[in-house]
Design a protein around this ligand. Structure first.
Ligand SMILES: Cc1cc2nc3c(=O)[nH]c(=O)nc-3n(C[C@H](O)[C@H](O)[C@H](O)COP(=O)(O)OP(=O)(O)OC[C@H]3O[C@@H](n4cnc5c(N)ncnc54)[C@H](O)[C@@H]3O)c2cc1C
Length: 425
């Protein structure tokens, strides 16, 4: 087994990746490009889980964490307000309590400022990192630089963005406040009664077929020798010799190193290595409407007052929403996303009569401080982490892969990795 020296893992070493979502696929490609022998353990198709159903935004200005001051006051609404931004299933309340307490702690102004600072390099570099990976696969056209648009109907709705605007300004995000006429120019098919003003980040990107992006990244890795084993990993065991044993239901195999990228299911593997992490899932839903064949939207359009995004995906408009705290095992509850459907049909009259072709739920892998876990285990030098990307896993996947490949191969990075360490919990 290869030991990892400060100079990094030597080329041609074997690396297992647990999880083949967009984060695992991006890491597979970045590590295969370094010359490592990569094996991805993923029981399903590559990218077919949570990474397949998101809104497609590569949001380069997303420096505002999920927990912001005032979240404590909003908590009762999570249980009692059927139209609120988030919902907590009462049966899951006790289980998620430690996560919620940390979430509340993360909403203190000083923490929000520190978290925004740590989010900044991840999101600001996200487009470049995606374009670099896509170039390796000859797939730049999968990523469009069309910007990220939020629209507001009421003065209060817009006033509530004060912190967001302040943080974007502080961190140099390129954004502008749009008038109704400017929104109409960008998105002429939205009912003009649905907004009075907006926020636009022109540098953000959009992927209208996220499943295909993950698969493209993995195909690029496969061309460089990577393997996909359709096996569920049961155990990660560090070996005294320096490598790691990966046990599945079928076999136990040895690798020089492992990257844990199993999204919302990653905690068990960190525990096996002896690392504690605070990770839960914020479940999200979408309803996909049959395509009309027309280009109704140019980009995802976010309606924060109605807690949803309308996204022009490859197979039709998706209505994407809901932040549900109910864990990994509870069955989906489509009632709230269905309740948003009439709003979507009203604001985008082009889909007024389109039939529903899919209802979907996914598991955002969420830490309470909105920051992913990226880096090496403090307990085992051959175990690396790349999970916990929450609301921004598509956005941050490629840059996570870039940073991790630097770390694995021993290149020093200019970024301070302290905020993303697993031992912050
Ligand atoms: C409704 C919704 C909208 C979203 N919109 C956006 C957006 O616009 N922009 C954005 O950046 N992000 C968005 N996100 C977030 C983003 O989709 C996620 O953060 C991202 O998909 C997480 O990727 P992942 O690879 O970490 O996890 P996943 O895609 O969940 O992949 C993890 C993989 O690990 C595998 N796995 C689990 N257990 C094991 C095991 N024991 N052995 C082997 N494999 C295992 C699973 O099968 C799974 O395929 C959205 C999420 C949702 C739900």
């Amino acid at each position: 087994m290869q030991q990892i020296s400060p100079a990094g893992l030597s080329p041609a070493s074997s690396i297992a990746i647990i999880g083949g979502g967009v984060v695992g696929a991006a890491n597979a490609l970045a590590l295969a490009c370094e010359g490592y022998r990569v094996t991805v353990f993923e029981p399903d198709d590559i990218g077919a889980g949570t990474s397949s159903g998101n809104a497609g935004g590569i949001v380069t200005g997303a420096v505002t964490p999920t927990a912001t001051p005032g979240v404590l006051r909003a908590m009762p609404g999570y249980v009692f307000d059927q139209d609120g931004a988030a919902v907590l299933r009462p049966a899951y309340a006790l289980k998620i309590l430690p996560w919620l307490l940390r979430f509340i702690a993360a909403s203190r102004p000083s923490r929000v400022a520190a978290i925004a600072q740590a989010l900044q390099p991840l999101v600001a570099g996200s487009m470049q990192a995606h374009l670099a990976l896509a170039d390796v696969c000859g797939a730049r056209d999968r990523i469009r630089r069309v910007g990220w648009l939020k629209v507001y109907k009421t003065a209060k709705g817009f006033a509530d963005t004060a912190l967001d605007r302040e943080l974007m300004t502080r961190h140099g995000v390129n954004f502008s406040v749009l008038t109704a006429a400017q929104i109409a120019e960008l998105e002429p098919h939205i009912d003009p009664d649905a907004y009075t003003c907006g926020l636009f980040q022109p540098d953000s990107g959009f992927v209208n077929y996220p499943l295909a992006l993950s698969q493209t990244y993995f195909d690029g890795a496969r061309q460089r020798g990577a393997l996909h084993l359709r096996e569920k990993v049961l155990e990660v065991r560090p070996l005294e010799s320096g490598g790691v044993a990966i046990a599945t239901g079928q076999l136990t195999r040895q690798f020089d190193a492992v990257v844990v990228a199993a999204g919302a299911w990653s905690k068990q593997f960190a525990s096996q290595v002896g690392d504690k992490v605070c990770l839960d899932t914020e479940r999200g839903y979408h309803i996909s409407l049959q395509s009309t064949g027309a280009d109704l939207l140019q980009r995802p359009v976010c309606f924060p007052e109605n807690h949803c995004v309308l996204s022009p995906m490859h197979d039709g408009i998706s209505i994407v929403s809901i932040d549900e705290l109910a864990g990994l095992d509870a069955p989906p509850d489509y009632r709230r996303i269905r309740a948003i459907l009439p709003f979507a049909r009203k604001v985008l009259p082009g889909v007024a009569r389109q039939t529903v072709q899919r209802e979907w739920m996914g598991f955002r892998p969420s830490t309470p401080d909105s920051l992913p876990v990226i880096g090496r285990s403090p307990r085992c030098k051959n175990v690396f982490y790349a999970f916990g990307h929450g609301h921004l896993g598509l956005t941050m996947s490629a840059i996570t892969a870039q940073w991790l490949a630097n770390m694995v191969s021993g290149r020093t990075d200019s970024v301070d990795m302290t905020p993303y360490r697993i031992d912050r919990f």
